[in-house]
Design a binder for this molecule. Structure first.
Ligand code: MLT
Length: 399
């Protein structure tokens, strides 16, 4: 008789953001008040005009002579793959062939599915890290090795001491909001090559980097082609959280153990052709528009708005003497409430919800090293940020 996959059955009841959503809804039913949302990193500004126009045009075409069905393969529109390769060349000075770019429906599915490329037994994650990396790999029965990012190591964990097949790195980091410093990334790339470890580098937040000269793409690091896959997303900088579009770069030079150059690129294509029929052509039209000069200008305004909110939030938290990390090159900031509210971040989460009517994300939901912290997101509405900070200021216990 068939039985269920124990790895799936033994997972926590709800994925982090679903769990939070349920708690917030229960609170709302009790208080009848709409909470101030600084929790999940969901964008709140509407799509920019250039993108709307491109999507509407595509829909109109689909409603007439311009209709088309399945693509030839599941790798994404060749024009968009070409445009992304040009974007990388122009923005980061790195040369990526269009054939190395695969377009999909976002960074979350890509980071969850990429371990399928290898005979993966163990994966390392920064601790704290985006929970999908951890949950997806746990579901497949893989061992999770946590690499603590702490104040003491400057939020730059050491390379894993034990053998892992994959290491996930997200910079600017979700949830801490710090960038990947060049020296540290150079070291991680060198060790990955020496040990035959694949780096999955998540750049979902790279458009928020303001620090001059900071590394945006892992391929700005020498030799990263040999060990890293980069995953990008349109979600945050173009407001595509509800639209869905992202990309995966699998360099031809990438090799692990006994593979030949080009083999992993080929295998990822093979996987996609079986598991997907590619991204929506309608959404891809929007993705092309984002990369135009006008699209870049308009999306740049979205990013500036969120960064202003981020500056406001970090400024307020610091002014209340709450230790804060991140928030400058990222829409996320991590605040240490362990001494002020509780060492248990779920307790701090509940206190913020009950007392301030605010929603933040408990740090421990991203990994054990997040215990005692709360993550605040600047992707919400400015009014919510202002109201939540006023409530926090009015209710914060005096030490
Ligand atoms: C987050 O809040 O960590 C992300 O926005 C969630 C996601 O991208 O799935």
């Amino acid at each position: 008789m068939a039985d269920v996959n124990p790895n799936l059955a033994n997972m926590p009841k709800d994925y982090l953001f679903v769990d939070i959503g349920k708690r917030v809804l229960a609170n709302k039913e009790k208080t009848k008040k709409e909470p101030f949302k600084l929790g999940i990193g969901d964008t709140t500004l509407s799509l920019v005009p250039t993108v709307v126009e491109a999507i509407v045009e595509k829909v109109k075409a689909f409603g007439g002579e311009g209709y088309s069905g399945y693509a030839d393969n599941s790798f994404g529109d060749p024009n968009l793959r070409q445009a992304l390769s040009e974007y990388y060349a122009k923005k980061f000075g790195v040369s990526i062939k269009p054939s190395e770019v695969f377009v999909n429906d976002g960074a979350k599915p890509a980071t969850a599915q990429l371990p399928f490329l290898l005979n993966t037994r163990a994966v390392a994650v920064e601790d704290p890290a985006y929970p999908a990396y951890i949950s997806a790999n746990m579901m497949m029965g893989r061992k999770i090795v946590y690499l603590p990012c702490t104040k003491e190591n400057g939020y730059k964990p050491d390379f894993p001491k034990e053998k892992v097949d994959i290491i996930y790195i997200c910079r600017p980091n979700n949830p801490i909001g710090v960038i990947g410093e060049r020296d540290w990334l150079t070291y991680m790339v060198k060790r990955a090559i020496e040990t035959g470890t694949l780096i999955i580098y998540d750049v979902a937040y790279m458009a928020f980097i303001r620090t001059p000269g900071a590394v945006r793409s892992i391929y700005e690091i020498e030799d990263a082609w040999r060990c890293a896959i980069e995953v990008g997303s349109y979600s945050k900088w173009a407001g595509f959280t509800g639209v869905r579009l992202g990309w995966v770069i699998v360099p031809e030079a990438l090799v692990v153990e006994d593979t030949k150059p080009g083999e992993l690129n080929n295998l990822w294509g093979k996987y996609l052709n079986v598991y997907s029929n590619g991204p929506s052509k309608i959404v891809e039209a929007g993705g092309m528009a984002v990369l135009t000069e006008q699209g870049q200008k308009e999306c740049g305004e979205l990013v500036s708005y969120y960064l202003d909110t981020s500056d406001y939030l970090t400024g307020e938290l610091r002014d209340m003497d709450i230790p804060v990390v991140g928030g400058y090159d990222s829409p996320f900031m991590f605040a240490d409430l362990s001494q002020i509210i509780s060492p248990d971040s779920w307790e701090s989460f509940q206190w913020f919800l009950d007392v301030c009517n605010g929603v933040a994300t408990p740090g421990v939901g991203f990994g054990p090293s997040g215990a005692g912290w709360l993550r605040f997101s600047a992707l919400g509405k400015r009014d919510d940020a202002v109201a939540a900070m006023a409530a926090l200021r009015a209710n914060l216990p005096r030490l």
